[in-house]
Ligand binder design. Structure first.
Ligand SMILES: Nc1ncnc2c1ncn2[C@@H]1O[C@H](COP(=O)(O)OP(=O)(O)OP(=O)(O)O)[C@@H](O)[C@H]1O
Length: 318
């Protein structure tokens, strides 16, 4: 039975279509839902975790309908939102045991210890959570989510606010859970992490899934070299033959070309002729970020990232 089956899932808020006729099949894999701010990721996760009723369509989790049998769905899933509550005045173990009791797990203490061990937290289990690093708190949240042995784990931005080492470790744990047979549905802003860790990704824009595939298959759709040029000035759009404009982020223009080394020079000349100042030129293979840019288009980096939400997250993890 497919772990997650989404069919025509739609959510409208008044005239706004937040999620538009989504179809997905996800099973025993890490599936990353990627999209800019406001594209419908959280709304999707809320519908799949039975926290929000769809306007149309349905989804099943391990065969149970989110609309028809939400209680059965809840038995099969865990959801770790960005702002999950852990009690800082309790120890790690006390937090996880509390969760195990809430779920009615038969042996809460033993189950909590297993979950803590799985997240490499046994040695710090009796320390107060307020002494934990951000990465440890995130692992504690994962341990809490594991106490009732869910078939499907939903994670909202699991690595946001963590340092590089903390992020790497969280992904190692997520991959280990997948290898134990769990299905993991994750939302993230970090393309490089999705590229490395996700078996498949779905790119959502304006509530519509515009592409679903493995990161390598998606990158293969942008099969040429990428020339990325940092500039000042306004891009006039005049380009040498064979050069396709991929998009821009801040002061960086990206182009898709057959031969990066040859094209880098001719594009630079064309931009200079337009009165632009070239700051740097780099040539590389396509990344998932290029695919995202090609499909979703120009992103305002400040809008694509909720600074207030991020600051609250950092304070919470401090
Ligand atoms: N309760 C609500 N009432 C009205 N509109 C809503 C509600 N919840 C979400 N929306 C709108 O639905 C759209 C999708 O929002 P959603 O939170 O799902 O996006 P997202 O991709 O998760 O964004 P982010 O990356 O910021 O979390 C947005 O335009 C948002 O403003």
């Amino acid at each position: 039975m497919t772990a997650v089956e989404v069919s025509g899932l739609t959510k409208r808020f008044g005239s706004l279509v937040a999620v538009d006729r989504m179809d997905l099949l996800i099973d025993r894999e890490i599936f990353g839902l990627l999209g800019p701010n406001g594209s419908g990721k959280t709304t999707t996760v809320k519908m799949l975790t039975t926290l929000l009723a769809p306007t149309e369509g349905d989804a099943t989790i391990c065969g149970h309908s989110v609309t028809g049998n939400p209680l059965a769905v809840r038995e099969q899933i865990s959801y770790v939102p960005q702002d999950m509550a852990v009690d800082q005045k309790l120890t790690g173990r006390e937090n996880v045991v509390f969760f195990a009791k809430v779920y009615g797990v038969p042996h809460p203490r033993e189950t909590a210890d297993e979950a803590l061990a799985m997240m490499d937290l046994s040695s710090r289990a009796d320390d107060l959570v307020r002494t934990y690093s951000g990465g440890m708190r995130r692992r504690l949240e994962l341990a809490q989510a594991l106490v009732h042995d869910p078939a499907v784990l939903f994670l909202d931005e699991p690595t946001i606010g963590l340092d590089v080492a903390g992020r790497k470790r969280i992904w190692e744990h997520i991959i280990a859970l997948k290898n134990r047979g769990m299905t993991v549905f994750v939302t993230t802003h970090y393309m490089d992490e999705a590229d490395q860790a996700c078996d498949r990704v779905g790119i959502i824009d304006g509530g519509r899934v515009v592409a679903t595939d493995t990161p390598s298959a998606l990158k293969a759709t942008v099969c040429r070299d990428i020339v990325s040029i940092r500039t000042d000035g306004t891009f006039g759009g005049q380009l040498p033959e064979g050069v396709a404009f991929l998009g821009r982020t801040d002061d960086e223009l990206r182009f898709e070309v057959d031969n990066g080394e040859e094209a880098g020079l001719s594009i630079s000349r064309a931009l200079t002729r337009d009165g632009m100042t070239i700051r740097s030129v780099s040539i590389r293979q396509p990344t998932l970020d290029d695919v995202f840019l090609a499909l979703v288009g120009e992103q305002d980096e400040t809008a694509a990232f909720d600074v207030g939400q991020f600051s609250r997250m950092l304070r919470r993890r401090a």
